[in-house]
Every structure is written in C-alpha cells, then in structure tokens.
Design a protein around this ligand. Structure first.
Ligand code: SF4
Ligand code: SF4
Length: 370
C-alpha cells in the first residue's frame, strides 16, 4: 500500500481548449487559473510531451507556468517522441527543441515516450537509453526513464537490461486495467516494484471512461456514497511506491475535485478495493472498445478518421443507445471522416497504446452507426 506521499500530477495532454475540435486552441486563461490553483494547493508535478496538443502543450506550460513561477517551485516531466527517432543524434536534437519550447535548461524527469514492442526497437536503434544516461550526467535531466504501454514481460525485459539507467517508469494503472489481460496494470506495477523504480501512474480514470459508466454502475457508487473520479484516483494512489498520479484535467472544476481527493486521501481499505474490483467486472461487461483516448493513432490516419471519438461514441451508444449519439456521430463524421472511410492501411496499428485492431473495430462502428 502507498506511503501517502503520492501527489497529483498535472497531465498536460487534455488541456482546456477554446475549440473542442482543434487541439492547438489551448484556452490559456482557463489554463492559467488551473496552474495557479494547482500550485496553491501545494502540488508541483507537470507532465507534458513533445507531441501533446499537436506539439503545443509544452509552449502552453511555458507561458502559464515557467514564465510565472520560480524554476525550483515546480517539476516538469517531458517525453522524447520515440517515433521520430531515426539516428542517435535525434535524441539530442529533440531534447533541445523540448527544452526550448518549455524555456527551461533541465527536466526534472526525462522520459522516452510510449515504449512498446514496436518503439523499443526505435529507441534501441537510436541508443536512447545511453542518451538518457548522458543527459543526466550533463545536467539536462535529474531523473530519467520511459512511459510504457505494453505487457509486463516486455517491461521486465527492458528493466532487466536498463535498470542501472532508469529511475522512473510511467505506467497505465487504474482499477479497470488492474486485472486486465491486455494492459496488465497489476503485473506491470509488480515489475516496477521488483526493480525499485519510481512509478508514475497515467490514465487513472482511463481517459474519462471510468466516469462515463452506465447507469447501474453509477447507482452502485451512489449507494456506497462514493464518487466515480475520486475512487479511481484513490485506487491508483493507494498502490505501493506511486510517486505521482497524473490526471489529464481539462477544467478548473475537475482540477478542484482532483486536488481535494488527493489532499484528503487515505490509503484505500480492502473493502473499498473489493468494491472496485466488482465494479470493474461490471464495467467490462458494458464497454466494447477499450480505447484510452491517447490520440496517437489520429495523426497517422491518412483518412483523418477521429478514431477515439468514434470509439467513444460507440461505447456510449452500446451502454445507452441515444439519438444524440447518432446525431453526434453524423456531425463528427461530416467534419472529419466516418468509420467506413477506413482503407485498412494499418498505419494506426503500431501507435495504439491499447493494441486495438482499429480497422476491424471501425467496421463494427460503421455497422452500428451507418
Ligand atoms: S487502418 Fe484505417 S484507421 Fe488506421 S490509419 Fe489506416 S485508414 Fe486510418
Ligand atoms: S485507438 Fe488506440 S491509439 Fe487511438 S486513441 Fe484509442 S487507444 Fe489511443
């Protein structure tokens, strides 16, 4: 169980936007209020990446945090875009761009982004783990590691090989994925404990999926006097050696709720744990597509299909069929492209953090809505 030193991390991948369809339109006024509130509450861990918000996240953090607060008052974690690594020099080149975008001279945590079976090859080809060692030596990073999106056996292989370099591993951990055979949160957590690395949790609410549950699940929580988001955060924070639980917050209201949850946090009881495991079983019955809304697939799609949005609508409609879902499907498809426009090129597959068979699932979505 946790030692209660867990803090809430400000994930900068779902920042508030002025135009919901354009990730580059970050709402700087709302973000400024969120940063101020978060800092006032005594938290200080900001997690961004080269890629978030179509490469605009780092700059938004610069304007709202770096330009306004002393450097020693906050921590910044940033991630090297593994998919852009072709040769060794690319590590340095990308890191210098990241530092410049943020307006800082060092990262508190420097991670290789989205390590999975496909991208570990790219990272090794570019000698990125040795680069992390060098970055630490040169003072460009205090701690180094990687964010991970694959099964526990690969995680163990990587840590066995690089545990002398890696300080931090960012894993996907939430009560729905804890026992999940594909994501294997529990096993990944065990491997991190075995190698003694700091653990940063991402997707504790699974991209919002654990809030948008069916009516009967909501009622189960209400009967127990529990809140959906709060329980999900508490579950993650209660696991051992969790340094930070990241939440990709999109509004001041969400930020206030999450800050309160983590500030008031007490390690979860066994009864509460059992309750969540039961709810996970129920949710699994409801959810057809386990997409975490990371958005990595979207940029790779030549057809401009808003893949996670369509999956999300499909999941919602399977739980509660509504005319509004159909209307939203129609308008979303019209602005971008419908599920049926997939040409099965397979570009998206290696980017999928949840290993979904996206072209096949899009056929299901098309059959359902079109
Ligand atoms: S397989 Fe379909 S969804 Fe995936 S990138 Fe190609 S067109 Fe887009
Ligand atoms: S389909 Fe996969 S890559 Fe695309 S948003 Fe969902 S989890 Fe991420």
């Amino acid at each position: 169980m946790s030692d209660n030193k867990t803090q809430l991390g400000f994930g900068a991948m779902r920042l508030p936007q002025t135009d919901a369809n354009n990730p580059t339109t970050i709402d700087m006024d709302e973000l400024t209020k969120m940063v101020d509130y978060y800092m006032q509450q005594g938290f200080n861990y900001f997690d961004t990446s080269y890629a978030y918000h179509n490469e605009k996240s780092e700059n938004a953090i610069k304007e709202t945090l770096v330009n306004r607060y002393p450097r020693e008052s906050y921590k910044i974690a940033d991630k090297i875009p593994t998919w852009l690594l072709q040769k060794e020099e690319d590590n340095e080149k990308l890191v210098n761009i990241m530092l410049e975008r943020l307006g800082i001279t060092y990262f508190d945590v420097l991670l290789i982004h989205n390590i999975n079976k496909a991208f570990i090859e790219a990272a090794e080809h570019a000698n990125s783990f040795e680069y992390l060692r060098k970055a630490k030596k040169e003072g460009k990073a205090i701690k180094v590691g990687f964010s991970f999106h694959d099964k526990a056996d690969l995680l163990e292989e990587i840590l066995e090989k690089y545990h002398d370099i890696v300080d931090v591993v960012q894993i996907q951990l939430n009560y729905l994925d804890w026992k999940d055979q594909r994501v294997q949160s529990e096993k990944c957590h065990e491997i991190c404990l075995k190698y003694g690395v700091d653990i940063v949790v991402m997707e504790p609410i699974k991209g919002g999926m654990l809030i948008n549950v069916s009516k009967n699940i909501k009622e189960n929580f209400e009967k127990e006097g529990k809140k959906l988001a709060a329980e999900a955060l508490k579950f993650a924070a209660s696991r051992e050696n969790i340094i930070t639980v990241l939440s990709g917050m999109s509004s001041l209201e969400q930020m206030k709720e999450n800050c309160k949850t983590i500030k008031d946090f007490k390690t979860m009881s066994d009864e509460d744990y059992d309750f969540l495991m039961q709810q996970a079983e129920e949710i699994r019955k409801d959810v057809d597509i386990n997409c975490s809304y990371c958005n990595y697939c979207v940029k790779e799609c030549p057809q401009n299909i808003p893949i996670p949005d369509l999956f999300n609508l499909y999941n919602s409609d399977k739980i509660h069929p509504l005319q509004a879902n159909r209307a939203l499907y129609g308008s979303t498809s019209a602005v971008n492209a419908p599920a049926s426009s997939c040409i099965e090129c397979g570009n998206c597959l290696k980017y999928c953090t949840q290993h979904l068979n996206i072209p096949q699932l899009l056929k299901d979505v098309a059959n359902h809505f079109e």
